[in-house]
Design a protein around this ligand. Sequence first.
Ligand code: AHM
Ligand code: MG
Length: 359
Amino acid sequence: MSAARSLSDDTRPRIHPVIHHTATSVVTIERFIIEQERQHPQATGQLSGILYDMALAGKMIASKVRSAGLVDILGATDDHNVQGEVQQKLDVFANETIVKAMDHGGRLCAMASEEEPDIIPIPDRFRCGKYCLLFDPLDGSSNIDVNVPVGTIFSIVKKVSKSKHGELADLLQPGRRQVAAGYVLYGSSTMLVYTTGQGAHGFTLDPSIGEFLLSHPNIRTPDEGRYLSVNDAYEQHWDDRVRQLMRRYRGLEGARRPLSVRYVGSLVADFHRNLLGGGVFCYPAHAKSPRGKLRLLYEANPLAFIVEQAGGAACDGAKRILDIQPEELHQRTPLYIGSKSDVELASRTLAGLKTAVGA
Ligand code: AHM
Ligand code: MG
């Protein structure tokens, strides 16, 4: 068996080294996590346990997503999430799957989900640990009905309060304090990408053995991108600086080579493509949505941690995403994320600097 994989083609440099698995020597996610943990002799194994459990939850959700077209699971429930958006049934399933997979391990003291208004406590019958988990159980869920990739995003921080059960302050930490973050992409294959601050690593689910196998070690994102991901139907609501930035990305102003537009409308899918191929995803603030749409804690922070580990960058137009102090669980933020020089161009343009844009 060979799970070797490369997204490069003949004309482009290789984005990541190819891993050679043999039938008897594959690097499973478990093995990889253990090997990373060994580099930290003081590690208790709790964080590794959370990552295994997230991988398991990802496999359970993947299996349900795969059969979504076969069973009567499509369509909206009567419930609305805290953002006032209609929840799809798979959102509910994904949310419950993660909560149930994570609540009893004795490693977490609190959780928060994009689909739930308040902190999700650890039930009294279970032990509490020192970590908090924040997650978007099924991002891009409006795409499910049309068989377009969706994803799960997660972020892990360490408790800072003295409270056994964890409190709001434990969840409202700036992204730079994350100890791990990751996502699962339910696409043509299922992939899990995560970081613990020692690089960003990708694993592809081999459905024949039900294991995530290391396929993209130490991902490095190109410094300058090829793709621009933005929903320009909002152009009428953008301010002039955002419009100017888009003209620069398109090569209509300044010296930047024009980017090619790709927009799936599933953040994880757009982010993942740009991470591997190089590019920038933008969800600007606009007149009708002054703080943007995406959530700082469940979407922007974890992806910002991953992209920085891969050599990229993320900002809200003025500030590094990982330095934003969250004020509420469901806080939204504008987001510019991806290849470093393209995110820097966003910062410079949106700051309105008169200096040459350098791109
Ligand atoms: P969701 O968390 O409710 O699924 O919304 C987030 C999604 C992202 O996946 C995607 O990038 C964005 O919303 C698309 O929004 P829009 O349709 O406004 O372009
Ligand atoms: Mg989401």
